[in-house]
Design a protein around this ligand. Structure first.
Ligand code: ASP
Length: 589
């Protein structure tokens, strides 16, 4: 037997017992002839001690131990002289009779401590060592706990976990597919699923009623900081449901997770906000509602005073930033440069300061009397001491989005985005379609299987762009603290409506048949009304831990270039493999 106890287990009540522990050497230190060894495993750390009068071979072994050696330690539990109340095992130590070295270790390239001295790259290369560190062990334990609670909740509500294939068909709409060449079918490719969307709908057609899967999905996108090419979704689908049924079921699930995993109570029911209100008031379809500072339209308030930029703008909006009247010229210049960065894309920033002495100072006071500026302040619900930040332009949604980005930045600067405060809500009533000027066509805002609202069916069959733009979908997103954690919709279940959807999206009937024939046909064989959603599981984990990067919650993640630097992938394959796959690699131009 390698061990009788784990390194996190022994307490004062075990004093006097003979025990055997096994684990990794965290550190050793000598003190007055005694050798102390901190022995670590997943469960904790236990202090081992070799007395100065121990036999020579034991003393010799104890002093030879290096960091991360794997040892078996045999001895007696004794009460510690100097207790450590910060450690669960801090009241005891093990007085050793014997040490067996199970395996030696090279000196690790960075310290295996909560705060490691290793940089990100080196830790990624030696991920198996990084994973030994406490913060990562905690992160993966949280992930496990969440997955467990999710399965419990969904099982209790009659959901069946059903696996769907990973080798499917390429139907890029939205993100790019990862493709896999087929050796047995030369010139043909599988695609890895961006989501099991069509399969879960087919499971509804097949009568499974309630499905879920904690499932890997793949999207070949340019990676931003918080994206991974493979990620995990909690993917769910239900039959015979309306929007309310889906929202109630899954806010129930999220409420259970908040309560059982991190002991947080969230409102019951959760707030619901229409997409239009989210855009108008927060400039985002994933509003952070932990703080106010909402956007106000002031288009009517600024016209006719001879300031051409605002006179000509179709939309003028503003936010009031608490305490901002104290900003110096330099701070305002810095903020103006900040909004001009390509990530925000504004042309400039107009400000009005409501000084605490009652005076008003503004970048536009040449055109506006102090009364006009105060009236704007009132419209924006600004208080004395605030600064009002104004943006304008011809496209309302674009200006609102820029103000939304600025609002988040100011929220960060003012410390209004505490990760330990949780403000979940649903965003509902999304537009069904999004027009792309660039491609001169509509795209599905969610995906092409999302149903138009029944009351918008007439608009959906209109051939006018303005009508189609007004069609709303039975689609919803679950948003937490400015992040979209999940989303879904009530689906189309009528093959004619589905065909119309492809037509609206400019997908010709032949192409629709080639790519999506299977689902159109399935809908002709008794498809029940159905709907569902999917949550980004990695993000759920990160946000529950109050963190914003998902990488720590994935055991073996990729870096920003989509590389796994530990196994060094992607990598070349040899000529024989290429030949078998009928693939020629083009020489770099
Ligand atoms: N499949 C969708 C997605 O990945 C979610 C859903 O509609 O259920 O975003």
């Amino acid at each position: 037997m390698y061990r009788t106890h784990t390194c996190g287990e022994l307490r004062i009540g075990n004093a006097g017992q003979k025990v055997t522990l096994a684990g990794w050497v965290q550190r050793t230190r000598k003190l007055g002839g005694m050798t102390f060894i901190d022995l670590r495993d997943r469960y904790g750390i236990t202090q081992l001690v070799v007395e100065s009068d121990a036999d020579a071979s034991l003393l010799g072994t104890a002093t030879s131990l290096g960091r991360e050696y794997v040892i078996q330690a045999i001895g007696t539990v004794v009460e510690r002289q100097s207790k450590n109340s910060k450690m669960p095992t801090g009241d005891i130590e093990i007085k050793l009779d014997k040490i067996n070295i199970l395996n030696k270790s090279m000196t690790p390239p960075f310290t295996i401590e909560d705060e490691s001295d290793g940089g990100e790259d080196i830790r990624a290369k030696y991920r198996y060592l990084d994973l030994r560190r406490n913060p990562l062990q905690k992160a993966l334990a949280l992930r496990h706990k969440l997955a467990h609670e999710i399965r419990n909740y969904l099982d209790a509500h009659d959901f069946m976990e059903i696996e769907t294939p990973y080798l499917i068909k390429s139907t890029p709409e939205g993100a790019r597919d990862f493709v896999v060449p087929s050796r047995m079918n030369p010139g043909e490719f599988y695609a890895l699923p961006q989501s099991p969307q069509t399969f879960k709908q087919l499971l509804m057609v097949a009568g499974y009623d309630r499905y879920f899967q904690i499932v890997r999905c793949f999207r070949d996108e340019d990676l931003r900081a918080d994206r991974q090419p493979e990620f995990t979704q909690i993917d769910c689908e239900m039959s015979f449901v309306e929007q309310d049924d889906v929202l109630n079921m899954f806010e129930g699930m999220m409420r259970t997770l908040f309560k059982n995993v991190i002991g947080v109570d969230v409102p019951d029911p959760l707030p619901r906000m229409s997409w239009f209100d989210a855009m108008d008031n927060y400039g985002s379809d994933k509003p952070d509602v932990r703080f106010g500072m909402t956007i106000h339209e002031i288009t009517d308030k600024v016209k006719g005073k001879g300031f051409s930029i605002l006179d000509e703008a179709k939309y003028v909006g503003a936010i009031a930033v608490q305490g901002g009247a104290e900003y110096t010229r330099k701070q305002i210049d810095e903020l103006t440069e900040w909004v001009k960065r390509p990530q925000v894309g504004a042309k400039g920033l107009i400000y009005i300061k409501l000084n605490t002495d009652g005076s008003v100072k503004s970048s536009i006071d040449k055109f506006y009397a102090s009364e006009d500026l105060k009236a704007i302040g009132e419209a924006v619900e600004a208080k004395t001491g605030d600064i009002i930040l104004i943006m304008s332009g011809n496209e309302k949604r674009k200006v609102q989005t820029m103000l939304g980005v600025l609002r988040i930045e100011m929220g960060n600067r003012l410390g209004m985005r505490d990760p330990k405060v949780f403000a979940p809500l649903w965003i509902i009533d999304f537009p069904l379609l999004e027009w792309s000027d660039e491609d001169n066509r509509f795209y599905a805002m969610h995906h092409p299987f999302t149903a138009p609202k029944p009351e918008h069916m007439d608009l959906f069959y209109s051939n006018k762009k303005e009508d189609l733009e007004r069609v709303c979908a039975n689609a919803y997103d679950f948003v937490l603290n400015g992040t979209e954690l999940g989303g879904g919709s009530i689906r189309i279940h009528d093959s004619e409506v589905q065909k119309r959807m492809f037509e609206v999206l400019g997908i010709g009937s032949e192409e629709a048949e080639y790519k999506f024939g299977f689902i159109i046909h399935a809908f002709q064989y008794g498809a029940p009304p159905h709907g569902g959603l999917a949550f980004g599981f990695d993000r759920v984990c990160a946000l529950f831990a109050g963190k914003d990067t998902i990488r720590d919650f994935i055991a073996f993640p990729k870096n920003n270039m989509g590389r796994d630097v530990m196994i060094d992938s992607p990598s070349r394959i040899d000529q024989m493999q290429l030949d078998e796959l009928h693939i020629d690699i083009r020489k770099e131009q």
